[in-house]
Design a binder for this molecule. Structure first.
Ligand code: FES
Length: 255
């Protein structure tokens, strides 16, 4: 049987890592040919959604490489990248994809050798993890992850995190960073459950009780999420079975 060759996608910042990769090339640094590169202006430009899309398309590992901390040409871009990758890793864990398939690191324009080493060790790690296509239902999981990281509330929390803890909020209040993180992780969990409910409603109208049983969630929790999604216009009440309401996905509410 032929050995598994992982498909690696690298998002490289234009100013440092891409130049570092270029230097690796002209210096003839040896590294595995498994990587395909997308050049971005800054590591902070890499939206979590891009990463889930890559996994959904069958990419086995994603590396995001930017300028070293303090060297970003847009000042805080790589700090933003750190926050986004942290969120993405947490969402990967929540949907059942290995967060180890995602790596954030720094490579300067003078570090061709380092670029080669990072790509070699990351490719080896992904080779050990095996193909993403071996994970049952990986495309659906990646799709759900993409939906989770697209939620406005989460994007806002991630986008503001660096600024809030560097400069404080507008009221100059002290905010506990652990508490802030907990709010984010809880939101990921809530959004994941909402996505599961939407998946359960994808085929036909159903009652709260049936969905709760299928997902092993309390009736009350499912009802609360359905009410929330009804208010968001993602779910509609269709009819009643006896006196129990049945719901279905609204157009555009698909997970
Ligand atoms: S410009 Fe390189 S990480 Fe921002």
């Amino acid at each position: 049987m032929s050995e598994f060759e992982p498909k690696i996608l690298g998002f490289l910042c234009n100013w440092c890592s891409y130049a570092g990769a270029d230097l690796a090339g002209v210096s003839r640094v040896q590294y595995p040919p498994n990587i395909r590169v997308i050049r971005v202006m800054c590591s902070g430009r890499v939206d979590p959604h891009f990463i889930f899309k890559a996994f959904e398309m069958g990419i086995d590992g994603v590396a995001v490489l930017g300028c070293h901390i303090g060297d970003c040409h847009y000042q805080s871009g790589n700090h933003q990248a750190e926050k986004k990758i942290e969120l993405t890793s947490q969402a990967l864990k929540e949907v059942g994809l290995q967060p180890e398939r995602l790596q954030l690191d720094w490579v300067s324009a003078a570090e061709g050798q380092r670029f080669g080493q990072l790509i070699t060790s990351f490719t080896d790690k992904i080779r050990e993890l095996g193909p993403i296509s071996d994970i049952p239902d990986y495309q659906n999981k990646a799709k759900l992850g993409g939906n989770i990281v697209g939620v406005t509330r989460l994007r806002w929390l991630v986008g503001k995190e660096y600024e809030i803890f560097e400069k404080g909020n507008v009221y100059k209040e002290e905010i506990d960073q652990d508490e802030y993180k907990n709010i984010m992780w809880q939101n990921i969990e809530f959004e994941f459950k909402k996505e599961l409910i939407c998946s359960a409603l994808a085929e036909e109208p159903r009652m709260v009780r049936d969905i709760a049983e299928e997902l092993a969630l309390p009736n009350k929790l499912v009802f609360d999420y359905i009410t929330e999604m009804e208010n968001e216009g993602r779910i509609h009440l269709v009819d009643f079975d006896g006196n129990l309401p049945r719901y279905r996905l609204a157009k555009g509410g698909e997970p």
